[in-house]
Design a protein around this ligand. Structure first.
Ligand code: NAP
Ligand code: MG
Length: 482
């Protein structure tokens, strides 16, 4: 019997007999169900926002130290349950168990950073110095915040949003992706055990087009923090604008790695494979385009092909697996369609494609895929695939590499491999992206640095860093006559 989970609203777990349940499929086993979740209707969101609104009034008045204590307890519980959490991630998302463990660790590191940073943040007061008067800048919570999360990092992305939101005194309503509701429900269980007052942390499962929209449309929700596709992010932004609600949007990408002829090609190939194929390429900051100088192009392709073909594709629970299945049937279909289109448009597939054999029949497996001779007119050059598919294009110079890297509606992450400091500095100045890496893979991040994209890759204040807290606060200018 597959376990069924309800929603967590106002500190209570409940199921609505009027609503059905949906299956959470293990992508390593087509047609399976690891657990079932409530297919909620919009009225569940109304109830969650009611509860969050009631809770927010008291929560905003609570001491920061108390909020930090509860967040610390949540982090301790996550640490104690890290193996269980990682197993849930792997079972419902398909990423390898090593990647799932790393995701939980990353969520813990970021959560700790935010909990500590919150104390420093409020230290920021500004005496005005004007005669007979003092003034300061006071930060206050927004009230109720909607958290809408994707399936690719079902723990880390949720924590990166929800922890700063509650630390700053807001109550949240979380709507997780329908591919990965279990991680979210498990986190809500830990939040309950950590001792958040009822209504501060709510979680409602169901379709984005029903409950996600209802959350965005509720005028009591003063901010939406969203990670997902550019298309959905744009529609959320338009609808939230009607309520003049804030948005923090972390969206799609088509991240380029530039490789100059003077680069260490082994280091470049290692980094491209890491950033291109971790989490089966379903990583917003993964490398998806390679722009390599002609003198190095052939040697780089050889290195990439041999690394791709050495990667072990298969059961994500096996410690030796390098690449698990993609997250579900629609991902699988879309990625294979993008591969077919690239072939039809004349790109050369050097290695990759769907995994054949028994494992391929059991799960949604796609091998590390490398296309060469991808020209800027091809869909593979411009469209996000969000899978283990790399597109390589030879370039004549750094000029051309930068021009092509920036010829994209996206601007999330990027990287360059070169031994020339002038080339590196020029890339840093001219690349149109929220993240720039020199001789490092494009997916690297640190919580003390902002995490966000330019152009159609993002909107609003980025996550992490100081701004990860600031997004959830509004400013009040205070003036006092002596
Ligand atoms: P998605 O389809 O946009 O869904 C993201 C979330 O939005 C899910 O919870 C989804 O619910 C919900 N949703 C769908 N339609 C909605 C609507 N009309 N109103 C409100 N909510 C709605 O994205 P995804 O396929 O889960 O994630 C992959 C995308 O995320 C890629 O484009 C990737 O680049 C991007 N991403 C970006 C970052 C970053 O930091 N920039 C990080 C990770 C991923 P359902 O699941 O129920 O549809
Ligand atoms: Mg699933």
């Amino acid at each position: 019997m597959v376990k069924e989970f309800g929603n967590f609203v106002g500190g209570v777990w409940s199921t609505d007999p009027q609503c059905g349940f949906f299956d959470d499929e293990n992508p390593a086993c087509r047609g399976s169900s690891v657990a079932r979740f409530q297919a909620s209707r919009p009225d569940a969101i109304t109830a969650a926002v009611d509860a969050a609104t009631r809770a927010a009034g008291e929560w905003r008045k609570s001491d920061l130290v108390r909020r930090q204590d509860i967040v610390d307890r949540l982090l301790s519980l996550m640490r104690a349950k890290a193996d269980e959490l990682a197993l849930i991630i792997t079972r419902e998302n398909g990423k390898t168990i090593r990647e799932a463990r790393a995701e939980v660790q990353s969520a813990l590191i970021e959560g700790q950073y935010h909990a500590r940073q919150a104390s420093a943040f409020y230290g920021h007061t500004l005496p005005s110095g004007t005669q007979g008067m003092t003034g300061w800048l006071q930060y206050e919570p927004l009230g109720v915040v909607g958290v809408i999360s994707p399936w690719n990092f079902p723990v880390n992305v949720v924590c990166r949003k929800a922890i700063p939101a509650v630390l700053t005194g807001n109550a949240i309503v979380h709507k997780p992706a329908s591919y990965t509701p279990w991680s979210a429900v498990f986190l809500a269980e830990l939040a309950e055990q950590a001792g958040f007052p009822p209504g501060v942390w709510n979680c409602v499962t169901g379709a984005g087009s029903a409950v996600g929209l209802a959350l965005v449309d509720d005028p009591r929700v003063r901010a939406i923090t969203f990670t997902g596709s550019t298309e959905v992010g744009r529609s959320i932004h338009e609808r939230a604008a009607r309520n003049l609600a804030r948005t923090q949007l972390e969206l799609g990408g088509k991240n380029a790695t530039i490789v100059l002829a003077d680069a260490d090609l082994d280091a470049a190939a290692d980094a491209i494979v890491t950033a291109g194929f971790a989490c089966a390429g379903q990583w917003c900051t993964s490398t998806s385009r390679i722009l390599a100088e002609k003198d190095a192009y052939g040697r780089l392709m050889d290195r990439l092909v041999s690394r791709c073909e050495r990667m072990n594709v298969g059961n994500p629970l096996d410690e030796s697996t390098a690449l698990g299945p993609v997250a579900g049937p629609s991902q699988y279909r879309n990625i294979l369609a993008a591969i077919d289109l690239a072939k039809n448009q004349g790109a050369r597939m050097l290695t990759g494609g769907a995994l054949e054999g028994q494992a391929g029949a059991e799960g949604y497996y796609i091998r590390p895929t490398l296309f060469s001779q991808v020209s800027p007119e091809m869909a593979l050059f411009s469209d996000e695939v969000f899978g283990p598919v790399l597109a390589a294009t030879p370039v004549r110079s750094l000029d051309e590499a930068l021009e092509l890297a920036n010829r994209s509606v996206y601007g999330l992450s990027s990287s360059i491999f070169t031994s020339n400091i002038k080339s590196a500095h020029r890339y840093i100045r001219e690349i149109q992206a929220g993240m720039a890496h020199v001789n490092m893979h494009s997916g690297f991040k640190d919580p003390s640095m902002p995490f966000g994209g330019w152009k159609e890759s993002g909107h609003g204040l980025p996550e992490n860093d100081q701004c990860g807290l600031e997004f959830f606060l509004q400013r009040k200018a205070v003036y006092i006559r002596d």
